[in-house]
Design a protein around this ligand. Structure first.
Ligand code: KG4
Ligand code: ZN
Length: 384
């Protein structure tokens, strides 16, 4: 089966074309095309993502990205003597009445493409920024109508869980499993008693851990997104044998018996610390970055350890942008060894937002008829 997938939940516009061979027990994934345009440069100046600006960028980017993916996978064939252009154009006008920019792009660049051999169109319908999600959904609906291909809404967080799959064989996953989902919008511990079953056992009460990295980076005058920047400074501090810092940051909720997190107080502690320290040198920044990263990672590791022990988990899946953090990876690998639990991380390009993970999730849900009948709507707070 061939799946075209669309991801616009936050600040990446991404489309992929994935071929899946074999059944659900032993699928073989082949990426036929994959393109992504990041809006980092646009949001950088604000230190975070602005929903209306994200929406505008998705509107601009979707068509060129689709054309690139179709071209790269040899699916871009122009149909120059199409007799139904007029009626197709009318259908699109009905669907894209509130997306006039997309409508223009469709008329100019998409209407005259020969229907590609695609079985399913998958689109992220939540969680995320609703104005951004809607652009992707409208785009998917218009394509589905134009080419008469079914479309399906996909939960972005399930995408992050399944993002380990292209490199991991599904047969290897043992259950129960715990999934630690750490991104710019989420920090969740999820119990999976079996494949594709999810029970959120704990989450953040305030900021997500990625958001805390981004906010602390901003306090230290580092660019957005902050995760990689903080990580870079922290590792400098670790390798340059600096004298140990004469300050420490809290490890919020590390001793609480539940699986909840809280990162907003940690960020505020950094703010007060920086205020007290006055002018910061480069090494001051490195020390703060290290102490902050240690704090965030220790809390994540400790709660994950408790969850694995409580539920007797046999596997641990880590997903979301923060899973690219090297210190977290090291600590979690040690944890896996000490508890004899298999650890799964996504490949780096699959850890942050992408469309391949959306196609994978759609593949495993493709037989669920209910997904196809239900009108697809953006759901900013969609839960697993
Ligand atoms: O999953 P993602 O791409 O988008 C959301 O769904 O939110 O995650 C983005 C988040 C950002 O907050 C970014 O700072 C963080 O992931 N991030 C990292 C690293 N790389 C990305 N955080 C810590 N260390 C990293 N190496
Ligand atoms: Zn994400």
């Amino acid at each position: 089966m061939i799946i075209l997938s669309i991801e616009t939940s936050c600040d990446e516009t991404a489309i992929s074309l994935l071929e899946v061979k074999g059944g659900k027990k032993n699928p073989k994934f082949k990426i036929l095309g994959n393109a992504l345009r990041s809006q980092i440069k646009i949001h950088e100046q604000y230190g975070g993502v602005f929903p209306m600006m994200a929406k505008r960028e998705h509107q601009k980017n979707l068509t060129p990205i689709l054309l690139k993916v179709l071209k790269d996978s040899n699916f871009l064939i122009k149909n120059l003597d199409d007799k139904n252009l007029k009626s197709k154009s009318l259908k699109l006008e009905a669907i894209l009445s509130r997306e006039t920019d997309l409508l223009e792009h469709f008329k100019k660049h998409i209407l005259n493409i020969k229907k590609p051999k695609i079985d399913l169109i998958a689109v992220t319908n939540g969680p995320g920024l609703e104005p951004a999600l809607w652009v992707g959904i409208s785009f998917a609906k218009a394509l589905g109508k134009l080419w008469d291909i079914p479309i399906m809404g996909v939960n972005h967080m399930e995408g992050h869980v399944l993002s380990i799959l292209p490199k991991t064989s599904i047969n290897k996953l043992k259950f129960p499993a715990i999934s630690l989902l750490v991104s710019g919008g989420h920090t969740e511990l999820v119990l999976m008693k079996k494949f594709m079953s999810y029970e959120i056992i704990g989450k953040t009460r305030d900021d997500a851990v990625g958001e805390a990295f981004d906010k602390v980076a901003r306090i230290l005058g580092l660019p957005y997104p902050g995760g990689p920047e903080i990580s870079r400074l922290a590792s400098k501090a670790r390798t340059s044998h600096l004298a140990p810092p004469n300050f420490s940051l809290p490890r919020p909720m590390i001793h609480s018996k539940d699986f909840e997190f809280s990162f907003s107080g940690l960020k505020t502690s950094v703010l007060y610390l920086v205020r007290d320290m006055g002018q910061l040198s480069e090494t001051d920044k490195e020390k703060i970055a290290r102490e902050f990263e240690d704090s965030a990672v220790e809390v994540l590791e400790s709660k994950t350890r408790k969850a694995i022990l409580k539920y007797n988990a046999k596997s641990l899946i880590v997903g979301g942008g923060v899973s690219a953090n090297k210190t977290l990876q090291k600590k979690i690998k040690v944890l896996g060894k000490s508890l004899n639990v298999n650890i799964y991380f996504p490949e780096k390009k699959m850890s942050t937002d992408n469309a391949i993970m959306i196609a994978i999730s759609a593949f495993f849900n493709s037989s669920k008829a209910k997904n196809r009948k239900k009108e697809i709507k953006a759901e900013g707070n969609l839960s697993l």
